[in-house]
Design a protein around this ligand. Structure first.
Ligand code: SF4
Length: 91
């Protein structure tokens, strides 16, 4: 078993692991008016990078979203169950 397989969720397959190119392609489809500003995007991603709920370096275990996509959207919030009392993402 490879290191990646050992870290993978038992319910998931390699299909949940996406490349940077795939993420960039998805990001390019987001309308500019729906995007958050660059500074807040960076702060959100920094929070995700240090979060225990980040899987594969790309995916939030609470919603199954690719965090680079979710964090880029103005209307989205961090789905962590404690985010109402202890926000993971800055406001
Ligand atoms: S719980 Fe929030 S901070 Fe953690 S990976 Fe998911 S979106 Fe990012």
């Amino acid at each position: 078993m490879s290191a990646n397989r050992a870290e993978a969720c038992k319910g998931c397959t390699s299909s949940v692991q996406v490349t940077d190119a795939q993420i960039e392609r998805l990001l390019s489809r987001i309308k500019p008016e729906d995007r958050i500003d660059d500074d807040r995007y960076k702060m959100r991603l920094e929070a995700c990078a240090s979060c225990e709920s980040l899987a594969y370096g790309t995916t939030c275990m609470h919603c199954g979203c690719l965090v680079r996509l979710r964090a880029s959207l103005k209307a989205e919030r961090c789905p962590h169950p404690l985010s109402q009392v202890r926000p993971k993402w800055p406001a």
